[in-house]
Design a protein around this ligand. Structure first.
Ligand code: HEC
Ligand code: HEC
Ligand code: HEC
Ligand code: HEC
Ligand code: HEC
Ligand code: HEC
Length: 402
């Protein structure tokens, strides 16, 4: 009989694992795709077939081969210039509105975006197929399909646990009833059943089962929650070329702004173009296969497809020069010791709370900045604490949000 129990447990477990992994693979591709889409594409595209700035992307995976979509997203203008008929027709139809290129998106990320668009349209709550498109059913904004999966999954697992207990209990009771012991005590079937259910709850196999299930669910929920709100702390994607900051910025002490040319002057720090690599690598280590990748990018006149590590949502405005130049902050206060990293990793959470905390705690760097002299003077009249970033407007919504 124990044998039967354990087969049942194993069977239900494999089912649970199957569901868990199916949903995990959804969240990896399409959930990343969802946040990429919302942060980058949603300003101009709907997932439905409604036109915004650009065409609605519903069904685009059927309209165009995936390779086409990938090259288009990487560089729409190049595609148009290449004479691709579809691209040119579309471009003209949209009055030559130029779509932003996303040269840093990996193929996987673009596929994730498309997977998200497809999933959004495959949602069961979708408007009646073929019916009048003007019905306006879509904006009801039911939970995203990611959320639906979650609810379904939890529901299924709870049902499975209940079924497991009930089945085991029946198996147990039947076993006992058929033995003489049960007849002696003369208990009615259902009383025996409920007693058995109690004793089963104490059964260690069932207990472990429930604990493992809970852990599985809990773990997955935590991971999803962390990614779902767009926090990518610790994110360290593999890059197309094994470029090492530890070697270049650490051992060879090349200045950060030699490559990140905008970091003291502009909003964005900039990721260097292949030409900057060539300043050295037209002579150094030419034969290395990794360096050859720089050459082939240049030959094909394509940018190197670096995977973006840090990425604030579009709703937030962040300016490097404000912090590195005016604020005199070091890179490491936000990025950690990049010069020790073989592969760049996101060290800070990049959440609003993170920005605000620092603005509450950090003194304004007013040295040698005549602009601040007056402010400091006024501030010091009625405050004993030094002038902080929050005192110059560092907590105002409009400073960080357009
Ligand atoms: C600034 C607006 C804008 C942004 C942002 C934008 N697009 Fe576009 N997109 C367009 C326009 C406009 C077109 C139509 C062609 C043209 O005029 O260049 C288009 C066309 C497309 C097409 C072809 C659609 C079809 O019906 O065949 C795809 C695919 C596409 N965009 C994907 C994306 C993805 C993925 C993103 C985000 C990573 C994105 N776009 C971001 C404006 C934008
Ligand atoms: C020789 C050129 C070079 C130098 C010097 C260099 N970097 Fe980079 N950096 C790159 C390249 C190429 C990338 C993109 C590939 C990668 O992420 O490894 C990059 C990526 C980064 C990123 C992640 C960008 C993103 O996508 O979010 C950060 C942060 C960064 N560098 C900081 C620094 C800091 C801090 C220093 C100085 C200590 C530095 N870099 C020096 C070339 C350089
Ligand atoms: C200021 C000079 C300089 C610049 C600019 C530079 N590198 Fe390097 N790079 C070096 C040196 C020096 C080495 C170490 C060579 C050795 O090990 O003999 C190196 C090594 C490498 C290696 C390891 C090669 C191997 O097989 O061991 C890679 C990959 C690399 N660099 C990529 C890049 C990329 C990509 C860029 C542009 C973002 C870049 N480098 C910019 C100087 C530079
Ligand atoms: C006050 C915090 C802070 C400091 C200091 C800082 N960064 Fe950044 N960095 C960020 C944030 C936030 C982003 C993401 C920006 C975005 O997505 O718009 C970022 C993005 C980057 C990127 C990716 C490309 C880009 O421009 O978005 C690079 C490269 C980079 N930083 C390099 C540096 C270097 C080099 C220094 C030092 C000279 C530095 N950063 C100092 C917060 C900081
Ligand atoms: C490590 C500390 C630190 C972090 C983290 C930080 N900041 Fe700042 N920020 C500063 C300092 C210092 C200044 C003041 C610079 C100056 O002297 O004008 C500043 C100034 C600003 C200003 C200008 C405020 C004003 O009133 O002039 C904006 C906007 C801003 N930060 C946005 C951001 C955003 C968005 C983030 C998060 C993505 C962020 N900061 C994260 C330290 C930080
Ligand atoms: C110092 C910069 C800064 C200030 C000041 C600031 N925000 Fe933000 N805010 C951010 C950043 C950065 C994000 C993106 C955080 C993320 O992706 O987790 C954000 C995200 C948000 C979001 C989206 C929330 C979400 O979970 O995606 C809202 C809404 C918002 N802020 C409202 C406000 C309001 C209202 C104020 C004024 C009371 C304000 N913010 C002040 C930097 C700031």
């Amino acid at each position: 009989m124990f044998c039967k129990k354990s087969t049942l447990v194993t069977f239900l477990f494999s089912l649970a694992l199957l569901f868990a992994s199916a949903s995990a693979s959804y969240s990896q591709d399409a959930a990343e795709g969802e946040s990429l889409f919302k942060n980058n594409c949603a300003a101009c595209h709907n997932t439905s077939d409604e036109t915004l700035v650009g065409p609605g992307l519903k069904g685009v995976s059927g309209r165009r081969p995936i390779e086409w979509i990938v090259s288009w997203v990487h560089n729409p203008q190049a595609m148009i210039a290449s004479g691709d008929k579809y691209a040119n027709d579309l471009y003209n139809k949209f009055n030559k509105a130029a779509m932003t290129p996303y040269p840093n998106f990996s193929e996987g990320q673009i596929k994730g975006i498309i997977a998200y668009i497809d999933a959004a349209n495959a949602a069961p709550a979708a408007p009646a197929a073929g019916a009048a498109p003007a019905a306006g059913a879509a904006p009801a904004a039911a939970p995203s399909s990611g959320g639906m999966m979650e609810i379904l999954l939890v529901g299924l697992l709870i049902i499975m646990v209940l079924v497991l207990i009930a089945l085991l209990s029946i198996v147990n009771t039947l076993g006992k009833l058929s033995s003489s012991e049960a007849n002696e005590s003369g208990k009615p079937f259902f009383q025996a059943l409920s007693e058995n259910a109690k004793s089963l709850a104490a059964n260690s196999a069932v207990k472990t089962g429930i604990i493992v299930l809970a852990l599985l669910l809990g773990g997955k929920a935590t991971i999803d929650a962390a990614y779902g709100v767009g926090i990518h702390q610790g994110y360290a994607p593999e890059q197309p070329i094994k470029f090492s900051h530890k070697l270049h910025a650490g051992e060879y002490q090349i200045n950060c702004n030699y490559c990140h040319t905008g970091v003291y002057e502009g909003k964005g720090a900039n990721v260097p173009s292949a030409n900057i690599c060539m300043n050295c690598h037209n002579a150094i280590k030419r034969e290395s296969p990794e360096i050859q990748k720089i050459y082939s990018a240049l030959e094909k006149n394509e940018p190197i497809q670096w995977v973006r590590v840090h990425n604030l949502p579009d709703l937030a405005y962040f300016n490097h020069s404000q912090h590195t130049n005016v604020g005199a902050l070091e890179c490491k206060s936000c990025h950690g010791d990049v010069e020790k990293m073989e592969v760049v990793e996101q060290r800070s959470s990049l959440t609003m709370g993170w920005c605000i905390d620092c603005h509450r705690q950090t003194d304004v760097n007013s040295k040698g900045n005549a602009y601040y002299d007056k402010l400091v003077e006024v501030h010091n009249k009625d405050s004993k604490t030094p002038l902080k970033v929050q005192n110059i407007g560092g907590l105002e919504c409009s400073k960080c949000h357009y």
